[in-house]
Structures are given as structure tokens and as C-alpha cells.
Design a binder for this molecule. Sequence first.
Ligand code: ADP
Ligand code: MG
Length: 213
Amino acid sequence: MVQLTAADFKAMFHKLSARLAGERDHLCELDGHIGDADHGIAMEQGFGAIVKALDTLAVDAATPTDVFNIAAKSFLNAVGASSGPLYATAFLRAGAALKGKETVELDDAPGLIEAMARGIEERGKAEMGDKTMIDAWKPAAIAVAQAREEEWPVKDALSAARRAAEDGVEATKAMVASKGRASRLGERSLGHVDPGAASAAIIVAEICDFLDR
Ligand code: ADP
Ligand code: MG
């Protein structure tokens, strides 16, 4: 039985930070079509701040919850854009879901995707179809819940979540934005991918790759 430690989650954030730094220009370009072209910068800075904070943590004495709480705080402090409080709440919810655990069983880890999605939903109050990151997070969370109910192997749960998030991104092209900055464009937001959904699918994919061991 594989058990994930605080050090593992720190490594996961390092992986996320490197990937999002690499996607910065692409995400800014997407945000340039329907927003203010800063989404890639927000994500690079947010995850960069997380790894910087985690590098000062005595990880051997820390719990997975500590890691997610530090992630929440540093992301919120680093990101002034609307994605700041959304991801901060996601990380807080993930930390709360792991509370009291020294380690996390790999089989339970896909539940993190559900906890993060719930946090973003509670904080931003967006629903599926509003053309936001929820259009990627929620389908991924639904896939994880279904996999658990039907007792799929973790590997299958992860690939279902990854695929659901990617499909969700694609679906945002046909949506009119009704939340956040892009909602000011109305019908003119049609035909464009939502940048927050695009980064969400990248994050889901990285988390799934990380857990797929
Ligand atoms: P800002 O719009 O402040 O510049 P970002 O560019 O970092 O922030 O993020 C924009 C993304 O935030 C959007 O593409 C959308 O996915 C997401 N978003 C905006 N408002 C909400 C909300 N209420 N709930 C969920 N996601 C939202
Ligand atoms: Mg923006």
C-alpha cells in the first residue's frame, strides 16, 4: 500500500510549479482573448510562491495538511487576480480533507481533486456552463466520485479525471462567459477556450500524473 507524505506533496507542488511556468505564455495568450492577459503570470507567480514557501518548511516534521495550508496562504498572498482566492480555498479544502493524517493512502488521494473542486465552487459560486475553471474541475471531480462508487482501480480513476477535465476545457469554447472578467464580453466570449479552465486541466493532469505510480 503506497502512502504519500508531506515530502511527496511538496514534490507535487514543485512539479506543478515547473509545468505552469512552462505554460505561462500560452495561458496569457488565452486570457488575452477574453480577459486581461495575466492568467499565466498569476499561475506562475502563485505556484512559484508555494514552492518558495515549502522550501523553508521542515518537511520531515510536517503533515500533508501543513503543506496544503502553506500552499493556500502563499498562493493567496502572491496572486491579486481572481484565481488567487479560488485556488487558496481549493488548497485549504484539500488540507482539511487530509486533516489528522500523517500520510495519505494513494487510493484516497484522488479525493483531493474533489476537495479542490468543492473549494473553488464554494468560493466562486460558478456553475458548470458559466465558462470558468469549474467547467474543468467539476467534471474531473464527478469522474473521481464515480470511480470511487464503482470501485475502479486508482489508475482508471486518474485517467477518467484527466480526460473529463480536458473535455471540459474544450466545451468552454461553446459557452458564453457569465462569471468573472470575461462575462463583460457576453457573446463575444464564444469560440474561445476559458483560460482558467485550461490551467485547471493542466493542474488536474499534473496531479494525476503524479499520483499514477
Ligand atoms: P482575473 O480575471 O482577475 O484576471 P485570472 O486571469 O487569474 O484572473 O483568472 C481568470 C479565470 O478565473 C477565468 O478564466 C475563470 O476560469 C476563472 N474565474 C473567474 N471568476 C470565477 C468564479 N467566480 N468561479 C470560478 N472561476 C472563476
Ligand atoms: Mg486575467
